[in-house]
Ligand binder design. Structure first.
Ligand SMILES: [Zn+2]
Length: 108
């Protein structure tokens, strides 16, 4: 299992969670309300039931879809929700702390 170095905007990362993925397709205005002011999409992981809900618009790009799907698979980037920096290419992703804790508990 590859635990770091995945570039989630360009490649499908290792599926750490194996959650069921659901899509919530909304308008641009709803996206801003549900995901945050400057978000292109978002992924909500429900660790207790093993479900991930991705919120996108009908016009979301394939790279945004891939990005959110990778969040469902347990990956995160260093600058999440703080700046535009994370959208630059070459920002390597890493497993999400909360997902790693979840995986450790699931194993034991
Ligand atoms: Zn993201």
């Amino acid at each position: 299992m590859r635990l770091d170095g995945c570039n989630g905007d360009f490649e499908l990362c290792t599926n750490l969670t194996e959650f069921d993925v659901h899509y919530n397709i909304v308008t641009e205005g709803e996206l801003r309300t549900q995901c945050g002011f400057d978000a292109l999409g978002c992924a909500d992981l429900n660790l207790s039931i093993g479900k991930c809900t991705i919120t996108l618009t009908a016009g979301s790009s394939s790279s945004t879809k891939l990005h959110e799907l990778n969040h469902c698979r347990g990956w995160d980037h260093d600058y999440h929700d703080y700046s535009w920096t994370f959208r630059q290419p070459k920002v390597k992703w890493k497993p999400w702390g909360v997902v790693m804790d979840f995986l450790k508990k699931r194993k034991s």
